[in-house]
Design a protein around this ligand. Structure first.
Ligand code: 1CP
Length: 356
């Protein structure tokens, strides 16, 4: 039975107000991968359950989503899942190997392999994510907004062809040169599934959505404009179109294209509300590139979390001063890393909240 109870009213909406360019009480802060390996309670739970079992079991996914909120005064939660649930729903086997990350034992090697993908029914195979989102909205009791997310087409294509993470994405890049038409076919197929998936997440209760184009860093600017941007544009346009037609109010959308600081102006023209920045981008230059009507998110170097408390406090405070209080969401410039001292999270959150 679907849970159709109304959701509790939101108490801290600073994240959504920042995304919409409204006045905030305090600069909102959350951290990419805030639920995860740096938390001992996550490690404990993972000893008992396989990674994808956690994703697929709403009670467990909600428990892990809640873990960082019990410790830190964060302004957002992000549903526990992974970007690779989409390749999985398309029929590829995805395993999570300890110390390695995701492994796809039978990757897509040639255009012939595209026939193995099963877009029909993919959305229904992802329904557990919607169930976890709905459950989490109730468990949050309106404390902070809940973010849903997806991988972007190029990033997912990379994992599907490489068979896992890769330092170079050389096989996936070879596809772009050797099979440009099949590459477009695959990217469009992924775009279609992503739009369905995001629409489902909004219907389930996601209050904001982030699209992770983490592998943008492997593309030149020219390649990014051809192999990423058109699909990011279509995701946004088709999603807004769908929600409008169904009279569902749209939610703020964030694009995080890691390593694409070369194309901030182009990103600002895609209709997203928020642009996520990695730590290589200067806040003041980013603001100049995107203009006043886009919210920026980021971008402390995750390695700064290993500095001593007073240095970290100063760096986080300086970061907030550079971005300012308007149209800004504080975060790291990429996911928090597994060895990060827990105390650094407290320092970061405190510094952001006290900076302005
Ligand atoms: O065994 C474990 O517990 C694995 C660790 C782990 C965790 C905690 C993985 C494997 N994924 C996750 C959760 C996860 N993944 C979240 C949870 C929500 C949160 O708290 O933020 C999110 C948003 C992701 C997204 C994700 N997965 C991205 C995009 C963000 C980014 O970091 O660029 C990517 C690229 C992945 C793939 C992935 N999954 C896991 C790992 C170790 C990786 C990266 C592997 C690689 O590329 O080398």
């Amino acid at each position: 039975m679907k849970d159709t109870r109304p959701f509790p009213p939101l108490k801290n909406d600073n994240l959504l107000r920042a995304a919409r360019g409204e006045v905030v009480d305090r600069v909102p802060v959350w951290v990419m991968r805030q639920a995860g390996r740096y938390l001992p309670e996550f490690q404990e739970l993972r000893k008992l359950h396989d990674f994808f079992t956690v994703c697929r079991t709403p009670e467990l996914a909600c428990e892990v989503t809640m873990q960082p909120l019990r410790r830190f005064d964060l302004d957002a939660s992000i549903i526990f899942s992974d970007i690779l649930v989409i390749p999985q729903a398309l029929g590829l086997t995805v395993e999570m190997h300890a110390g390695v990350g995701p492994v796809l034992p039978q990757p897509i090697r040639t255009p012939e392999d595209l026939k193995r993908l099963t877009p029909d029914g993919a959305l229904s195979r992802l329904s557990y994510v919607g169930d976890a989102i709905t459950m989490m909205r109730h468990k949050l009791d309106g404390r902070v907004p809940l973010i849903g997310f997806t991988g972007a087409p190029w990033t997912l294509m990379g994992y599907m062809i490489e068979g896992g993470g890769s330092k170079t994405m050389s096989k996936a890049k070879a596809w772009l040169y050797d099979y440009p038409e099949d590459s477009k076919l695959l990217l469009n197929l992924l775009t279609d599934v992503i739009v369905d998936y995001l629409e489902m997440q909004v219907a389930a209760g996601a209050q904001m959505l982030q699209i992770f184009e983490s592998s943008a860093e492997h593309l030149t600017k020219e390649e990014f404009l051809v192999w990423s941007v058109p699909f990011l544009r279509r995701i946004r346009d088709d999603l807004v179109d769908r929600l409008t037609k169904k009279a569902v109010s749209t939610v703020p959308l964030t694009i995080f294209a890691k390593g694409a600081g070369h194309s901030l102006k182009e990103q600002s023209e895609l209709g997203y509300d928020v642009i996520g920045l990695d730590w290589t981008v200067d806040p003041v230059e980013a603001r100049a590139a995107v203009g006043p009507n886009i919210t920026l998110q980021g971008n402390l170097d995750p390695q700064d979390m290993y500095r001593d408390a007073s240095e970290l406090h100063t760096l986080a405070t300086d970061m907030v001063h550079k971005f300012g209080k308007s149209r800004y969401i504080a975060n790291l410039g990429h996911g928090i890393t597994p060895q990060t001292p827990i105390a650094s999270m407290e320092v970061l959150v405190d510094a952001v909240h006290k900076a302005l």
